[in-house]
Design a binder for this molecule. Structure first.
Ligand SMILES: [Mg+2]
Length: 210
């Protein structure tokens, strides 16, 4: 295996923490109690996946909607300055890969500016050696082959020599498997047949090292 290609949200860090930072800053700016938005974080991953516009939904649910506030949340979404802690064991896997000269990439779906801002906020050492790209910048969100193919070119490796790591089988892993690569799920939100699924990065690292 010569390369690792990671997903970002809910693979390297919990995306709920990015939205916690946004709503915390927003509440402070607007003089609102953050608790008004606490309901979002009881089942964040479900709400995030099912609500097309989470900011409109949150403001409406809290009875605080205005276009100005909606815009203010979006501006925080693309540009908030915050530090995001990676999941336990991510740094160890990155360190191992760098020491082994395994190339590392991160390919992520979603708004180009927001995804870049999350990546900038992610606390991880060795990031300068990791090739980061928002999939839309490479042509289309995953699982479209456009962004995967372009990413492989930019990383200078082939899918057959790459391990694809993510929390969603269809978006993060399936394309790689179909090209003869390997896959592993971590913190899986959606599993897939024939792919090992890990609860955390420690057992994933043990498996990668084998
Ligand atoms: Mg994800």
């Amino acid at each position: 295996m010569r390369a690792l290609l990671f997903d970002l949200d809910n693979t390297l860090y919990p995306e709920a923490n990015y939205f916690r930072a946004i709503f915390s800053q927003f509440s402070q700016n607007e003089g609102l109690d953050f608790e008004r938005f606490a309901f979002l974080f009881n089942d964040f991953d479900h709400i995030r996946f099912t609500q097309r516009d989470i900011f409109r939904y949150a403001l409406n649910q809290a009875g605080e909607f205005s276009e100005t506030r909606h815009q203010a949340l979006f501006e925080l979404f693309v540009g908030i300055k915050c530090e995001l802690k990676s999941y336990d064991g991510v740094q160890e896997l990155i360190d191992w890969a760098l020491a082994e000269n395994v190339r590392i990439g991160v390919l992520t779906n979603g708004h180009i500016e927001a995804q870049s801002n999350k990546w900038n906020g992610l606390a991880l050492s060795g990031k300068e050696h990791i090739h980061f790209a928002p999939a839309r910048l490479l042509g289309a969100d995953k699982p479209s082959s456009l962004s995967f193919e372009e990413m492989m070119i930019q990383m200078g490796c082939r899918a057959e020599e790459t391990l694809f790591i993510g929390d969603r089988f269809t978006n993060d892993i399936e394309w790689g498997l179909n090209q003869g690569g390997k896959g592993a799920l971590v913190n899986a939100h959606e599993k897939g047949e024939g792919v090992p699924s890990f609860e955390s990065f420690e057992p994933l690292l043990d498996w990668v090292k084998r």
